[in-house]
Design a protein around this ligand. Structure first.
Ligand SMILES: *Cc1c(COP(=O)(O)O)cnc(C)c1O
Length: 377
């Protein structure tokens, strides 16, 4: 049986055209037309002033923290229920992460937990330098409520939209609500360049600074001169060519992933104990991954039972992300739960399940997943 992946690269067929163009012009490296054009296309798609394309989404978060002057001893608030890449750059800067729990309507950052974290930070006399808000599995966080709190304390938002490119919140594209938004084009994301990321913003000067920092912070001089610490983070012209072709099919990919989600919902609609990830009113999720919780008492099986039986059929499934406040790497970090003494992300981790959701899945493959789970019931 051919392996079914959680989310695998799905090429459109036009990627080679842009790569060939780079070869023909010998713009194989470092920069060139594909980079410039991919930055423009990304900005246009998201209705933003500009974009700076980079080697990864992690690099984009790192640059955003640098642009906000996050330094040693500073605090940064960050969603707890996310992939480790959201928070690693906080450590790169020698700053201290403070993790914020999820709430039930979006599985994303809880406004009431964020409020408590800010109240404590204020009374301790040290506000955070930035708040990293993650849009998990494509679903936007409660941006308006979270933004109101951050604006009141005058702290900048970095919207980690690595998983939510193409999603919408009240008619606006995901990743466009903070001072900075970041996207990822890693191999498992909704579109991929094989690896890559982007920073978007309406601050053109900051984006120019991003390009400067990402190319070793080279001063304007014919000799190599440097007055600031920089990185080698800029995307190559070959990789950007893949991105140009992928971005053209993004809306098709969103439609396909949403259809896969609907198919799973329909298949398990009469199944007690299966609760699919909600979609907040006035938002549209790209449904990057179909996520749900399995209540073992009602369902008679656990999420891990499902993961193991799918594994036996050569099908990849996973629990939801292990929250960062539970990670050994962050055992000393502060954490604010949704309610005092009640952590919602712990519950999502315990019962959560992600099903194969790639836009290149065939109907027969989806049926294989559904049938394997139904056999267990
Ligand atoms: C994938 C991902 C990232 C990091 O992107 P890379 O391009 O792999 O560095 C950051 N945050 C979240 C939530 C992600 O899922």
């Amino acid at each position: 049986m051919k392996r079914i992946f959680l989310s695998s690269p799905h090429m459109s067929g036009n990627e080679q055209k842009y790569i060939q163009e780079a070869f023909d012009l010998n713009w194989v490296a470092p920069l060139g037309n594909n980079v410039d054009q991919f930055e423009k296309d990304l900005a246009t798609y998201n209705h933003m002033e500009g974009a700076s394309v980079l080697t990864s989404g992690t690099a984009a978060i790192h640059i955003a923290l640098r642009l906000l002057e996050v330094a040693e001893g500073d605090k940064v608030f960050c969603s707890s229920l996310t992939f480790i890449a959201s928070a690693n750059p906080i450590l790169y800067q020698g700053a201290d992460p403070v993790f914020i729990d999820s709430e039930p309507d979006t599985w994303n950052m809880s406004p009431q937990a964020l409020e408590r974290a800010f109240q404590d930070a204020e009374s301790e006399g040290q506000l955070p330098k930035a708040v990293i808000i993650v849009n998990l599995y494509g679903q936007s966080a409660k941006i308006e409520e979270l933004k109101e709190i951050c604006d009141r304390y005058e702290v900048a938002i970095i919207e980690d939209a690595a998983e939510s490119l193409g999603s919408e919140y009240k008619g606006k594209k995901s990743g466009t609500f903070g001072k900075f938004g970041i996207y990822s084009f890693n191999g498992n994301k909704i579109i991929t360049t094989s690896g890559g990321g982007a920073l978007v913003s309406n601050d053109i000067e900051a984006l120019n600074k991003s390009r400067f920092l990402a190319t070793q912070a080279r001063d304007q001089a014919i000799h190599y001169q440097h007055s600031e610490l920089g990185y080698n983070y800029r995307m190559s012209n070959i990789v950007a060519g893949i991105g140009r072709a992928q971005l053209k099919v993004l809306d098709d990919r969103v439609a396909k992933r949403r259809a896969i989600f609907d198919n799973y919902v329909e298949a398990f609609k009469d199944q007690p104990g299966f609760d699919f990830m909600p979609e907040l009113e006035e938002t549209k999720s790209n449904r990057w991954l179909t996520a749900l919780t399995i209540n073992p008492e009602a369902a008679g099986i656990t999420n891990m039972d499902i993961i193991h039986s799918l594994g036996n059929e050569n099908i990849e499934a996973r629990p939801v992300w292990k929250p960062l406040h539970l990670q050994p790497l962050f055992e000393d970090a502060k954490y604010y739960s949704h309610e005092e003494g009640y952590s919602y992300s712990d519950e999502l981790f315990k019962y959560g399940l992600c099903l194969p959701s790639g836009s290149n899945m065939t109907e027969e493959q989806q049926n294989r997943v559904i049938h394997t789970i139904k056999k267990l019931m």
